[in-house]
Write a protein of this length. Structure first.
Length: 335
């Protein structure tokens, strides 16, 4: 048997030519990441002088409105200038009424934060689950989450956030028709310039586990599958995004991010609007836990996963790793 002769044909296409030099690799990158595309979620709880670490999310804290201020200063210095606020009230009730209280926790935090740091951009999560005693995202009629009864209260909550200084509202409750109600309410009260980022494509996901510990918002009975999306579905996400855009949403969110990159890609291709992906609590905790065990390199994981979300088509990334990412971008490690 003859031994094969080495190939002698001229190799015209060498992919490795573009990989040989780090400056060249950076130049030919297809995905650019800037700190201006990052949003940092913050949990605000009632009280004073509180900065407590969330056990399932090491490195993330619940702040009272006063301890939030130094944190905002640090964020602003490192170039993370956009935040998403979640409120953890002292008292919950059946209706979630502290959600729209003008002296509520988000409203109070917003008023002081806007005064101290008017240069930052304040977004708020609009939902009732952190405020209801039963932990569901809307009001109940018997054991069902009552869509139409909930809508006006979500609109009222959004309005109270904007009155307190929110620059953008992000409804995450998944009730049908809430975007239109919020748009109409904001417009009728002179806030037609405030954009709505709709959590339009939000799946019923186990990845929210650590958040629910952080916000003490796990549903007391049942689950959220009657209002959040079934993870088997992608085309339904397109329908949902198109409905919310028709109702006046300005930006669309896909959530979670990592297991839903196909959905991010599809939504970004289908609609000419900014698409935000929310890399949720469980995505953060998974990386933290693996890094803590010494199984994965945390920094590399943070860079690679963030790049994958932008590569899929997201133009905004909401992430608990925003601070670290801003640093990696500055160092030229990604971006
Ligand atoms: C409120 C809300 C949730 C998250 C964002 N807004 C929890 C949920 O729907 O159960 C999850 C965020 C995260 O896990 O980081 N409805």
């Amino acid at each position: 048997m003859n031994t094969p002769t080495p190939t002698t044909f001229p190799l015209l296409h060498r992919s490795r030519r573009l990989r040989g030099n780090p400056l060249l690799r950076q130049m030919v990158r297809e995905t650019r990441i800037s700190p201006s595309a990052l949003v940092y979620p913050l949990f605000i709880r009632e009280g004073r002088g509180i900065r407590e670490e969330i056990p399932s999310m090491p490195g993330q804290f619940r702040y009272s409105p006063d301890t939030l201020l130094p944190e905002l200063e640090k964020l602003s210095k490192i170039g993370v200038e956009r935040v998403l606020l979640f409120g953890l009230p002292a008292k919950k009730d059946e209706y979630g009424s502290s959600a729209w209280d003008k002296h509520g926790v988000v409203q109070t935090a917003l008023q002081t934060a806007k005064k101290e740091f008017p240069n930052l951009f304040y977004m708020t999560d609009v939902c009732l689950c952190e405020y209801t005693s039963h932990g569901h995202c809307g009001m109940l009629s018997g054991d069902t989450v009552d869509n139409d009864r909930t809508i006006p209260w979500l609109a009222k909550t959004a309005l109270s956030h904007v009155r307190a200084g929110a620059d953008l509202v992000a409804p995450s409750d998944m009730m049908d028709g809430r975007v239109l109600a919020i748009r109409e309410t904001l417009d009728a009260n002179g806030f037609s310039d405030i954009p709505i980022l709709s959590y339009a494509v939000k799946y019923a996901s186990a990845f929210y586990g650590p958040f629910r510990e952080a916000a003490d918002s796990a549903p007391a009975f049942g689950d959220r599958k009657t209002y959040q999306m079934d993870y088997h579905n992608r085309r339904e996400g397109v329908k949902k995004a198109s409905q919310d855009l028709e109702q006046g949403a300005d930006l669309i969110m896909v959530k979670p991010a990592l297991s839903y990159l196909d959905v991010v890609h599809e939504i970004a291709a289908a609609f000419p609007v900014p698409v935000a992906a929310y890399s949720v609590s469980g995505e953060y905790s998974m990386i933290k836990a693996a890094a803590h065990a010494g199984w994965l390199d945390e920094d590399s994981m943070v860079c690679e996963t963030a790049a994958s979300i932008f590569r899929a088509g997201a133009s905004i990334l909401i992430t608990y790793y925003a601070r670290e990412l801003a640093g990696f971008i500055r160092e030229g490690r990604i971006g």
